[in-house]
Write a protein that binds this ligand. Structure first.
Ligand code: DGJ
Length: 727
């Protein structure tokens, strides 16, 4: 059993194939953390909790007595505010007396097979009961009557677990959740690097690392979405860990709104990480009997370096997060109209796109922004989801039919959570956007944000979208989101619930997205947020692919896609070849191939040479489709570590084939380029598709390849496809 309870020592042990997580019910029912790391068979690690020193005048529990245990320095399983633990706290509840002293202690536990769904929230799921085992620990704050349930689900075969928290107001008075983080993890040392993904529009998810220092280091978003600026992902990698060796602990929050991840190193040189909903602008009012469920954090342990951590995330998300018809179904090769014509199109232009696209071998035409209301630029019409017949003469059905008749599927763009002040919807319902009394609303990209906490708002948007989707043969939807939330108040909520708006907004979006996905299961949904501003596991639960970035320059994309690959699988990374940069189509294709792959250009304008290259890429797309989507990623040379070259590969899970890609970012004159491949089977022999040379996996990984014969000009690239030679 992956989860056990030693009733004598009162120790819980959660095991996966490579990790153990251990905690203990201590004196006075404090839940203390003992160990998280590589698998160990025994549970006698009580000594690890002992801390010699006090931070200063650390207070302690009188019954236990001074001088030994104190909550200020011992490793606490779920840290609370105001009762002696002065480090970052995971939980703070304001009670009927107005103070926020919170002190939950162990009561009981349950262990069961499978994994319960989290109400209203995206979460990892199981296909059979045997996929995972769950531990639910009940704790209570005796004084306030708050019951806090700590949920742990172990995905034994992956080296992964999830954590979330449920709070129930089991008292007869109101209480307010001021902070309720989803996980709290203690480490006995501070010898870690914190890797995380920072960025902005056009440079999302850039990998950076810093060594842990005393004090708090944190990343967060308070923009209303997970954001371009920080992804809800943190990896704590041991000082001596590399891409391929050593310990790495990955944390990824399954949530699409405001988040925070705080890592505190205390005076004892110990480390605590908490991750969850950002407490800034959050407070959840709980009436007696009400329950609040916090989103979950996925925790991955790897003792095969950072690369091993990424591969675990990828497999876990492909199998237990991405859902629906499109989970394993082959996705169509698409062309999106955005960069090819922006708002400047009509039905004839779309049909010309389709004709050319068909000729090149594309399978789906996506008509991006600009088809609805009176929208010819970004200043109007969001909220008016009916077709602009001045632009698309004969209406949408006629266009879809013409495109279908040419042999292509049809996809369409929406931005459901937004409203333009210049729209019929806004004129009819000015109170439907987020706003607070007596203050002007900030405008962003000429638009306001709809109050997604309101059911009437969601119903109206749903009805409009459903009418478009029901009336036409549409098989793909791009769901965009192009501004931050400001003045985040709701006209319907009472003052004591206004701090719930950010979270209610996210729940409302999930509800609407869930409705669309359930009612139109045949539709392939691709999320987007001004590029990759909402690229998170919460969104992945609804859309099996997410547009990675508006930056389609292949050289700059390398950094973005490498960062994204820290925890997100290639199967979900929206990546297109565009016309807008000088780098050749060869490299554009090789880089986009490591994602969902598609095109974003005007195919009518392509010259013969470009058409020839693209036709070859279309063949490669089909050839490598399964390998890239289900294979294991091995990063060979990272763009954040080497400014000259970048290399990576996908290796089939049974090691029978592999595709490696090499890009020169910056020319390095007269150097020998020598590379050792990774991830192959040393005992297998592989044939190079292009040269017919046969080498053992052992040679390719240990002696390596001398690739100096290939061009090393800036922006050039090449691939090596290897297939197992069967005797
Ligand atoms: C931002 C997206 O990232 C683009 O791909 C495009 O869909 C535009 N929005 C449309 O306004």
């Amino acid at each position: 059993m992956p989860i056990s309870f030693d009733s004598e020592k009162r120790i819980f042990k959660l095991d996966t194939k490579n990790s153990s997580y251990i905690m203990q019910v201590f004196e006075e029912n404090y839940l203390i953390h003992l160990y998280y790391g590589a698998y160990i068979p025994d549970n006698s690690v009580e000594d690890l909790a002992f801390r010699r020193g006090n931070a200063s005048f650390s207070a302690t529990n009188e019954t236990i007595g001074e001088g030994f245990f104190n909550v200020d320095s011992w490793p606490m399983e779920y840290s609370c505010n105001g009762a002696g633990d002065m480090r970052v706290s995971a939980l703070a509840i304001r009670n009927r007396w107005g103070n926020s002293v919170t002190d939950v202690r162990y009561v009981d536990y349950k262990i069961f097979k499978g994994k319960p769904a989290l109400e209203g929230l995206p979460a990892l799921y199981t296909m059979t009961e045997d996929d995972a085992t769950t531990l639910e620990i009940e704790t209570v704050d005796k004084v306030t009557g708050a019951k806090v349930f700590l949920l742990y689900t172990v995905f034994e075969n992956y080296g992964a677990m999830t954590r979330s928290v449920r709070v129930e107001n089991a008292s007869d008075a109101v209480m307010d959740l001021q902070r309720v983080y989803s996980t709290c993890v203690e480490f006995p040392t501070m010898d870690y690097n914190m890797h995380h993904l920072y960025g902005a529009w056009n440079k999302e998810r850039t990998l950076v690392k810093r060594h842990l220092e005393h004090g708090i280091q944190s990343i967060a978003s308070k923009r209303g979405s997970s954001s371009h600026n920080h992804n809800p992902f943190v990896c704590l990698a041991k000082d001596d860990a590399t891409e391929d060796f050593g310990e790495a602990f990955g944390f990824n929050f399954v949530y699409s709104g405001n988040f925070a991840a705080d890592v505190e190193v205390d005076f004892n040189d110990t480390t605590r990480l908490i991750m969850g909903i950002n407490p800034i602008d959050f407070c959840w009012h709980l009436e007696p009997g009400e329950v609040f469920t916090a989103p979950e954090v996925v925790m991955v342990y790897s003792n095969e370096g950072i690369g091993g951590m990424s591969r675990t995330f990828h497999r876990l998300y492909n199998n237990h997060l991405i859902r629906g018809e499109w989970k394993n179904k082959k996705r169509p090769l698409l062309i999106n109209s955005w960069e090819g014509c922006f708002f400047d199109f009509d039905d004839e232009k779309m049909v010309a796109f389709a004709k050319n696209a068909k000729e090149l071998g594309f399978e789906l035409l996506v008509m991006d922004d600009g088809w609805f209301g009176k929208r010819n630029d970004d200043t109007c019409s969001l909220g008016d989801w009916y077709v602009n017949e001045d632009k698309l003469k004969g209406g949408l059905s006629s266009l879809v039919k013409r495109v279908n008749d040419l042999g292509l599927e049809f996809g369409i763009w929406f931005e459901p959570e937004m409203i333009s002040p210049d729209s019929d919807l806004y004129h009819a319902h000015p109170d439907w956007c987020l706003q607070v009394p007596d203050r002007e609303k900030s405008i962003g990209r000429h638009q306001y944000v709809l109050d997604m906490s309101r059911k009437d708002v969601r119903d109206c948007i749903y009805d409009q979208m459903a009418a478009v989707l029901k009336g036409n043969n549409i098989t793909y939807v791009k769901w965009d989101f192009n501004r931050n939330l400001t003045q985040a108040g709701s006209a319907l909520l009472p003052p004591e619930r206004q701090h719930e708006v950010f979270h209610r907004f996210v729940l409302g979006t999930y509800e609407l997205m869930g409705r669309i996905v359930n009612d139109f299961p045949h539709i392939l949904l691709e999320n987007c947020s001004g590029g990759g501003g909402r690229f998170d596991p919460g969104m992945l639960y609804f859309s099996p692919q997410i547009w990675c970035s508006d930056n389609t320059d292949p050289m700059e994309r390398l950094t973005i896609q490498f960062g994204t690959s820290m925890c997100y699988p290639a199967s979900c990374v929206g990546a297109h070849v565009s016309a807008n940069r000088r780098t050749g189509y060869e490299t554009k294709g090789n880089v986009a191939m490591s994602g969902t792959f598609g095109y974003e250009l005007d195919p009518v304008k392509l010259n013969d040479e470009e058409r020839r290259i693209i036709k070859r890429q279309v063949k490669e797309y089909h050839k490598y489709y399964d390998l890239i989507r289900t294979g294991d990623l091995y990063r060979l040379i990272l763009p954040t570590e080497n400014k000259h070259r970048c290399a990576w590969g996908y290796v089939a899970q049974d090691k029978s084939e592999a595709l490696f890609t090499f890009v020169t970012n910056l020319r390095l004159m007269n150097t020998t380029f020598y590379v050792r491949l990774k991830g192959l089977d040393p005992d297998k022999y592989y044939i190079d598709d292009e040269t017919d040379e046969i080498h053992s996996g052992a040679l390719l990984m240990n002696a390596g390849l001398n690739l100096s014969k290939h061009s090393a000009d800036c922006g050039t690239s090449y691939t090596i496809y290897l297939k197992e030679v069967k005797n």
